[in-house]
Design a protein around this ligand. Structure first.
Ligand code: G6P
Length: 608
């Protein structure tokens, strides 16, 4: 994710651009930049760090004259955060400036072609190919050049573009990344999201996929990919600014839960070509993959929980032994690391102190390390031998949801890749499993659509004192995360137990009416888990079950059943966690807790 803005009108552009970027910082905040055109020169200023660095650099925009401009706040994907990689990007002569949100998937191919034609690249970004490609196609008609570029690039984009030869025009284009146009009183604007324009207007147009827009001070025109003009109606935005920043959702956590289909899709798509898995960034030879003797997954919090699921997946599919460690334990336990071991460090922020220390410990012992990280250019991303990014975008709510989902996907893909290379899966089996993975985004959407039912159920438990989560195998891993979600945002004590272990302790805590959430998605363990449900129910527990759609027997065993759609048993975590996230969320809302910023917790824990 990144945020883009653009303005053309009667006022000075730079302060308006900076103000708009401020409203979009939740979309990315590792660097920012603006390009402003005063009719003579397109002036570009960029700065690594939060937006305030750029604001200081330009004296809140005062030092940049001109009434036409574009701006960008970045969440790095291709190329670490730096002044050079910050947007806007331009062509060699600095006559075309571009800001971009999205990912150009075929940028390497395009970069190679353009380099062969003599274009020189200054940054490591995918965006820069757009600037040079526009230069290549531009013969005096910007719209024609933009349309040609749209035909050539693959992936997603929201673009804001300036052309020096057209001082009275602001250009925009979109595919699969959000982009709106705001119709203001003294000028018009483009933005990734509504909050950036609300100060100036409530009249907005939504640009659809493969459409372009041309803005002048007092006019807005839209075109399709054939260059034909399209007529659009504007929408009046009724939300207040606070709601708008959250895309109309009440909390960032809810918004981020709703982003999960996209997050899963984004993490999956670039690595699945037809029916094969290509994890370019892994750059391990088949021989190296075959020689892995053991995998150590090391992480904290929810990332650690994804590792527990991944252990089942790696061991089950690839038959590679896996150890999962809490980073804070791993670093001090003097772990035995074989020469051919692979250490996976899983971290959303890439800055968690214990995870970073664990990484250094492994590297110090000469073992291969791979980071599964969300924040590009973060410490773990920089220091790990290899890094596989989860494309979840910035996560604002302290309780992770979408980054967790993306971490699962990254590890499923690795497990499938390893299993295939090691001859544990045939091409047909891999294709079938990839088919299941591709269905996950749609299935997650379905589960999210069921939120009212879960909300009603959650409202009954806002006064609960203790809640228990039980499951076996992968269902135990899901229970751990379900339990953590609940306690961290609702402050209700909750525990996750391996269902078979219940009778060795926790069962003594079950009283009349105690809520037990049973996760039962592993077919071969249905019977065993059902007996554990009976054990707690006979002691008075109220059982909420999360199970597969075909397990209708559960209606008799549990008090309340939530079904998840059919998928491969290795992937059920990606689905079963959704109702549990929603449950925690609604309990927290019902109790009036600060959902996005629970007490005592921090998003990124950079102390030991
Ligand atoms: C904190 C967060 C958790 C997160 C954990 C690990 O405790 O509140 O949501 O799972 O840190 O963070 P990381 O950034 O390394 O994934």
């Amino acid at each position: 994710m990144c945020g883009i803005v653009g303005y053309i009108g009667a006022s000075q552009a730079a302060p308006i651009l900076l103000d708009g970027l401020g409203k979009l910082e939740y979309r990315g905040y590792d660097s920012a930049g603006i390009a402003v055109y005063d009719g003579k020169k397109i002036q570009v200023k960029k700065a690594i760090g939060r937006l305030k660095v750029l604001s200081e650099l330009t004296h809140d925009g005062a030092t940049m004259p001109g009434t036409l401009g574009v701006g960008h706040t970045r969440w790095a994907t291709h190329g670490a955060p730096s002044d050079l990689n910050a947007h806007p990007h331009y062509n060699k002569e600095e006559t075309i400036a571009v800001v971009h949100n999205g990912i150009i998937e075929n940028y390497l191919k395009l970069r190679k072609k353009l380099t062969e034609k003599g274009y020189e690249f200054r940054s490591e970004t995918d965006t820069e190919v757009v600037a040079h490609l526009l230069d290549y196609y531009y013969k005096g008609d910007p719209l024609e050049a933009i349309t040609k570029v749209m035909h050539r690039v693959e992936g997603s984009y929201a673009l804001g573009i300036l052309f020096r030869e057209h001082p009275d025009r602001l250009y925009a284009a979109r595919k699969d990344s959000p982009l709106i146009v705001g119709q203001g009183k003294d000028g018009n604007l483009i933005a990734s999201d509504v909050p950036a324009v609300l100060k100036y207007t409530r009249e907005v147009y939504f640009i659809r996929n493969e459409e372009t827009a041309v803005l002048t001070t007092d006019g807005i025109a839209f075109y399709n990919m054939d260059g034909e003009e399209i007529v659009k109606n504007s929408t009046t935005i009724e939300w207040d600014l606070n709601a708008a920043e959250k895309g109309g959702y009440e909390h960032f956590m809810l918004k981020e839960m709703y982003e999960q289909p996209k997050t899963v899709q984004d993490t999956l798509k670039p690595r699945v070509k037809e029916n094969t898995i290509e994890i370019e960034e892994l750059s391990m030879t088949e021989e190296e993959i075959r020689s892995i003797s053991r995998i150590h997954i090391v992480a904290c919090g929810s990332a650690y929980h994804t590792g527990i699921t991944a252990k089942y997946v790696f061991e089950g599919l690839a038959r590679i032994p896996v150890e999962v460690d809490l980073a804070s334990e791993f670093r001090y336990r003097n772990p035995i690391l074989e020469e051919d071991a692979l250490v996976l460090i899983v971290s959303q922020s890439g800055e968690t102190a214990d995870s970073l220390a664990a990484l250094r410990e492994a590297k110090g012992r000469g073992v291969k390390t791979l980071g599964i990280v969300n924040v590009v250019g973060s410490s773990i991303a920089r220091e790990a031998d290899k890094v596989m990014y989860t494309w979840a975008g910035p996560e604002i709510a302290v309780a992770t949801t979408k980054a967790y989902s993306a971490q699962l996907i990254a590890q499923y893909l690795l497990a499938l890749k390893f299993a295939q290379v090691r001859g544990r899966l045939t091409a047909e089996e891999t294709a079938a499993m990839l088919g299941d993975l591709k269905k996950l985004p749609g299935q997650i959407e379905m589960l999210l659509a069921n939120k009212e039912r879960i909300q009603k159920f959650a409202n009954r438990y806002i006064a609960a004192k203790d809640v228990f989560f039980i499951g076996r195998g992968i269902d135990y891993a899901i229970s751990l995360e379900g339990s953590l979600k609940l306690k961290e945002i609702s402050y209700i004590h909750s525990e996750a137990y391996a269902a078979g272990e219940l009778k060795h302790g926790t069962i003594s805590l079950i009283e009349e009416g105690t809520l037990v959430a049973a996760v039962v998605t592993q077919k071969d363990l249905y019977k065993k888990s059902m007996s554990n449900i009976v054990e707690v129910r006979t002691r008075g527990a109220f059982v909420l079950a999360v199970t597969n759609v075909d397990n209708t027997e559960m209606e008799k065993a549990a008090d309340y059943v939530i079904y998840i759609p059919q998928t491969n048993p290795y992937f059920t975590n990606s689905l079963a966690i959704i109702p549990l996230q929603l449950f925690s969320y609604y309990v927290s809302v019902g109790k009036g807790c600060d959902v996005d910023k629970p007490r005592n917790l921090a998003k990124s824990v950079t102390v030991e």
